[in-house]
Design a protein around this ligand. Structure first.
Ligand code: PLP
Length: 375
């Protein structure tokens, strides 16, 4: 018997290339876009190992857990790494980046995470990109958590390596990802004797054997189901309108923030709304309320909610409301607030779930937050 997920005709090179072009359009980029056959960590690691080596002097900006990972890869490649770490409750500024360049004039590589789903902050990439351009450094950006939730514009921002994944705000699959690569970045890789070649991590293999060959022959069997899912999710974004999808995420973030303040006991983890990521909102519990226990309580009552506790040391004090993809809705936000309110009530805290739902609804309707009246 045939099965909808099995017995599919092979995914052709032409279809694969068309999916790459569609992703490129979503990013508004004229750069080469390579769709990588693995979760976003594949191009994230592959791009660093290709572009960095013993001669590299890197500014690694750490605004969450992924920045720490990138610093480790850079050091592993032999690069000299200057970490610029800012507290997870805020964003890095272009001013701080400029100061780092003034201190270390040899910096020729900058790694940055755009939005951090894990910590709920987002960084001003356009402004930072200007500083990076003045420095003449190669600019590497992890836009996995921002794409679909807020504008990601590699060409306008001077990003040389922009990595995206579909599993967050794009509402797509986790098993494929993409990276846009500038001419400068290709040149840097080609000149790097340590860049992976004949390797699953290799971007240069895709350049030399796929792109330069006119995208006629794939390097290996593609992750067919994931490719079809990526195509479908970009199609769905195009149908709804990328602007509408982003507005939904911004509205969900504004609604969660306002709702949490009205609920009481919980506070936005990111101090200023302008630094808060549209993809996910983090909340802070008071010292005597364990965040992971509270989330477990809320999920025991309503299992399908997009709630999680922070990772590692943050598990005690951080709640993540992952209002992305299909969960970027007012209903999802309000249900999370209600469940958190009920869990807090069980632990003897006074909250105002009705007020929270109302405040979330008001924020959702506010023009800056959404402009989605009636949606
Ligand atoms: C989600 C995410 C990734 C992908 O990592 P997973 O843990 O596999 O989901 C990479 N970078 C950022 C900033 C992310 O938010």
């Amino acid at each position: 018997m045939t099965h909808p997920l099995l017995d599919l005709p092979p995914l052709t090179a032409g279809r694969f290339a068309a999916i790459e072009d569609r992703v490129a359009r979503l990013l508004g980029t004229a750069q080469d876009v390579v769709v990588m056959q693995g979760e976003a960590l594949l191009p994230l690691e592959g791009a660093i190992r290709a572009a960095a080596g013993p001669g590299t002097v890197a500014l690694n900006i750490v605004t969450g857990p992924y920045g720490q990972t990138f610093g480790n890869w850079l050091r592993d490649c032999g690069a000299t790494v200057h970490d610029l770490a800012v507290p997870f409750h805020t964003a890095v500024t272009a001013e701080q980046v400029r100061r780092a360049f003034a201190e270390h004039s040899a910096i020729d590589f900058v790694s940055l995470v755009h939005a951090e789903a894990a910590t709920g902050n987002t960084n001003p990439v356009a402004e930072i990109g200007e500083a990076v351009r003045e420095q003449g450094a190669l600019f590497y950006l992890d836009a996995v958590a921002s794409v679909g939730a807020e504008p990601v514009l590699p060409d306008a921002w001077g990003v040389d390596l922009c990595v995206i994944g579909a599993q967050k705000a794009m509402g797509g699959p986790a098993g494929v990802s993409a990276v846009s690569v500038s001419e400068r970045a290709w040149a840097r890789m080609a000149a790097n004797p340590g860049a992976p070649r004949r390797s699953y991590l290799s971007l240069l293999d895709w350049k030399e054997r796929w792109i330069d060959g006119g995208r006629k022959a794939l390097l290996h069997a593609p992750a067919q189901l994931e490719m079809l899912a990526l195509e479908a999710c970009v199609e769905r974004i195009e149908a709804e309108g990328a602007g509408t999808v982003m507005a939904r995420h911004a509205a969900a973030a504004a609604a969660t923030r306002a709702g949490a303040l009205a609920l009481g006991t919980l506070e936005p983890y990111v101090y200023e709304a302008k630094d808060a990521a549209p993809v996910a909102t983090t909340l802070r519990t008071p010292p005597d309320v364990d965040a992971s226990a509270l989330v477990a309580r809320a999920l025991a009552a309503v299992p399908a909610l997009p709630l999680a506790a922070g990772g590692g040391a943050l598990a005690a004090e951080m709640i993540r409301v992952n209002h992305y993809g299909p969960d970027a809705t007012l209903t999802a936000v309000q249900d999370c607030l209600t469940a958190l309110g009920a869990a807090l009530t069980e632990t003897g805290r006074k909250t105002d779930p009705e007020g929270a739902r109302r405040a979330a609804g008001d924020a959702w309707e506010r023009p800056g937050g959404a402009g989605l009246s009636g949606a």
